[in-house]
Design a protein around this ligand. Structure first.
Ligand SMILES: Nc1nc2c(ncn2[C@@H]2O[C@H](COP(=O)(O)OP(=O)(O)O)[C@@H](O)[C@H]2O)c(=O)[nH]1
Ligand SMILES: [Mg+2]
Length: 350
C-alpha cells in the first residue's frame, strides 16, 4: 500500500517521511514518483520474531508500506491551486493520506500566515482535496452527459447509475464535505473506488509540535518531528537521556503505522514455515479464500481449508503443538473472516 504525505510548505512533511522510512536525508534511497518521492518501509511486527524462532524460519518477511513525500501544496492563487491539484495526482493511487500540519513555534521559520495555526492549515489542505475532487467529479459528469446522448440498453443503465453516484458526490463536495462521509451501498462504494477521490481516502493528521504535547485537532497524532529525528540519530544510551529530558514519547513510527492500519481498515495475518515467517496485509473483513489469494491465486482457486490459530492462543499455548493439543487450532472454510494476528496454514489443491 502507498501512503501519501501531504501538507503546506515547511510543515514537516519531509521530516515525517524521514522518520517513517529512516531516510538519512531528503532523498537518500528514495525514488522519484511523478513529482513525489517514494520510499518503502518495513512494518515492524514482534509476532514475526516469535514465529521465526519457533519454526526456525530462514528469514522474516514483514509487510511493507510505501510512503510518498509530496512537494508543498499552495493555495494562494487560482493558478497555484490548479498546479497543486496536479501535484496531487500521484496521491490518487494512495491507499491513505497523512496530512502534516505545523504546530511548532520557531523564530527562524516565520509561519505562513503570521502565526502558527494548525487548524487553519488543516482547513486549507482539506479544501484543496475537496477542490481537486470537484474537478474530477465535474469532468466525469460532463462525459456521462455526452455518453447518455448516444448510449442505449445496458450501457445506458450503467451510465445512469454512475450519474446518480456522481450527483451525490458533487452535492457532498459542494457542501464542503469529504466524500469519505457519504453513506453508500456496497455496489456504489465499489464504483466510487474507481474514481480515486482524494477526500474519500482514509486521512491521518499529524501535528508537528515543537515539543511533546497533546494534539489540538481531534483524532490527530501530535509528534515533535524535529526532536524525534534527533533522537533517532543518537546511540541507545544518549537516546534514553535525551528522551526523558525532553519527555518525548517516541519513537512514533509504530504509532503512525498502526494508526494508518486502523483508519484504512487493514489487518495482518501471519504465515510461518522453514522458509520464512511472514505478515500479509489485508482489509479487515476479508474471507479466508480471498486472504489465501493475497499469497497466490492458486491458493484461492484450489482452496480446501485454512488451519488457523489466533496469535493470542498461539502464545498462551506455547506454540503450534500446544495450541493443537488444547483444541485451539481451528479448521476454517473459505467464508471464515480472517482476524488480525491469525497464524494460518492454507490447504489447497490445484
Ligand atoms: N524548530 C523546529 N523546526 C522544525 C520542526 N520540524 C521541522 N522543522 C524545520 O522546518 C523545516 C521544514 O521541514 P520539512 O520537514 O522539510 O518540511 P516540508 O517542507 O513540509 O517537507 C526544516 O528546516 C525543519 O528542520 C520543529 O518541530 N521545530
Ligand atoms: Mg519537503
Amino acid at each position: 500500500m502507498k501512503i501519501g504525505i501531504i501538507g503546506l510548505p515547511m510543515s514537516g512533511k519531509t521530516s515525517l517521511f524521514r522518520l517513517l522510512t529512516g531516510a538519512e536525508s531528503d532523498n537518500a534511497g528514495a525514488v522519484q514518483h511523478g513529482r513525489a518521492q517514494l520510499r518503502q518501509t518495513k512494518v515492524e511486527d514482534a509476532r514475526l520474531d516469535r514465529l521465526q524462532r519457533d519454526y526456525r524460519a530462514k528469514k522474516i518477511t514483514p509487510a511493507v508500506i510505501d510512503f510518498l513525500d509530496f512537494p508543498p501544496l499552495d493555495a494562494s492563487t487560482e493558478a497555484a491551486r490548479r498546479s497543486s491539484a496536479e501535484l496531487l495526482a500521484p496521491a490518487r493511487e494512495a491507499g491513505a493520506l497523512i496530512l502534516v500540519v505545523r504546530a511548532f513555534e520557531s523564530s527562524f521559520l516565520p509561519p505562513l500566515r503570521g502565526k502558527v495555526d494548525p487548524r487553519a492549515d488543516y482547513d486549507e489542505i482539506f479544501h484543496e482535496l475537496v477542490f481537486a475532487d470537484l474537478a474530477v467529479a465535474t469532468g466525469r459528469r460532463e462525459r456521462i452527459a455526452k455518453g447518455l446522448e448516444r448510449k442505449h440498453g445496458e450501457e445506458r443503465k450503467a451510465l445512469e447509475a454512475e450519474l446518480l453516484l456522481i450527483e451525490k458526490v458533487l452535492a457532498e463536495l459542494e457542501a464542503g464535505r469529504a466524500v469519505r462521509g457519504l453513506r453508500l451501498a456496497a455496489d456504489e462504494q465499489k464504483l466510487l473506488r474507481s474514481f480515486q477521490f482524494l477526500s474519500a481516502k482514509p486521512l491521518l493528521v499529524v501535528e508537528n509540535c515543537g515539543e511533546q504535547r497533546s494534539p489540538i485537532i481531534p483524532d490527530s497524532i501530535a509528534i515533535p518531528l524535529a526532536l524525534e529525528l534527533e533522537l533517532d540519530a543518537l546511540d541507545p544510551e544518549s537516546r534514553a537521556v535525551f528522551q526523558s529530558e525532553y519527555r518525548i514519547e517516541g519513537p512514533s513510527r509504530a504509532r503512525v503505522i498502526s494508526a494508518i492500519y486502523e483508519r484504512a481498515g487493514l489487518i495482518s495475518f501471519l504465515t510461518a514455515g522453514e522458509q520464512e515467517a511472514r505478515a500479509w496485509t489485508i482489509p479487515a473483513g476479508t474471507r479466508a479464500a480471498d486472504a489465501a489469494g493475497a499469497i497466490h491465486s492458486d491458493l484461492s482457486r484450489g482452496f480446501i481449508r485454512a488451519e488457523v490459530i489466533s496469535y493470542a492462543d498461539y502464545t498462551r499455548d506455547g506454540g503450534h503443538a500446544g495450541a493443537r493439543e488444547k483444541g485451539h487450532l481451528r479448521l476454517e472454510g473459505k467464508d471464515y473472516i480472517v482476524q488480525d494476528g491469525d497464524v494460518i496454514l492454507f490447504r489447497f489443491n490445484v
